[in-house]
Design a protein around this ligand. Structure first.
Ligand SMILES: [Zn+2]
Length: 219
């Protein structure tokens, strides 16, 4: 039984590493966006509640999100645990999750932080360019196109997504980093936090994640 919380700032590589954890531990990935969308689509009471906020572009309240995750953790495929991606997002959510898991005789076994300095994350996103025809992804520093502004594969112009503009990225980071630091602090205090250097290559980050899971016996 392993509940693993995956932590990292936007762009740190959680989406890449979540499947590595899921494979290694043999549990499903529960992502907050997917779970909320599934609850809304299923039309459950919780889903309708979440939808009232999401349809107005508002954040779903802590207690609703916690209930959506707890419901999902009770399904049979999560009997042996799960990788939680995008949840808990605040200290209040982390505390509520601990309380609810304890009531069920479960706990968060490991919290893994993919650690990348904020300035590097901002640079990664600000340097991202997308092929306007087919969505091929480039990075001006780590994976530049052969000819500036042109997709190598289909010759289409490269564009920058509104979401990747530096001002937009900085605004998003300044909203999301403080609550993330609270959650990191929470798991440091409960003793389950392991940090992996997210500046390494994808394979090296994966190796670090697996080592963090196995440290002190299986998570
Ligand atoms: Zn292209």
């Amino acid at each position: 039984m392993s509940v693993v919380v995956l932590l990292g700032a936007p762009g740190a590589g959680k989406g890449t590493q979540a499947p590595v954890i899921a494979d290694h531990v043999g549990v499903p990935i529960l992502g907050s966006g997917d779970l909320l969308r599934a609850a809304v689509a299923a039309g459950t009471a919780l889903g309708r509640e979440a939808d009232r906020y999401m349809s107005r572009g508002q954040l779903v309240p802590d207690d609703t999100i916690v209930k959506v995750f707890l419901d999902r953790l009770e399904q049979s495929d999560a009997a042996n645990g799960a990788v939680l991606d995008g949840f808990p997002r605040t200290r209040v959510q982390a505390q509520a999750l601990d309380t609810a898991l304890a009531e069920a005789g479960r706990r968060v076994d490991r919290a893994i932080l993919i650690d990348v300095p904020t300035e590097e994350l901002i640079l990664r996103m600000a340097n991202r360019r997308i092929c306007s025809a087919n969505g091929h992804v480039y990075n001006l520093t780590s994976n530049p196109p052969a000819h500036p502004g042109i997709c190598d594969i289909d010759g289409a112009p490269l564009t920058q997504r509104e979401d990747d503009r530096e001002e937009t990225v900085r605004a998003r980071m300044s909203q999301q980093i403080p609550p993330l630091l609270d959650v990191i602090d929470h798991y440091r205090q409960t003793g389950v936090l392991r940090s992996v250097d997210g500046r390494l290559s994808i394979d090296d980050v994966s190796a670090g994640v697996v080592a963090a899971l196995d440290e002190g016996g299986p998570a």
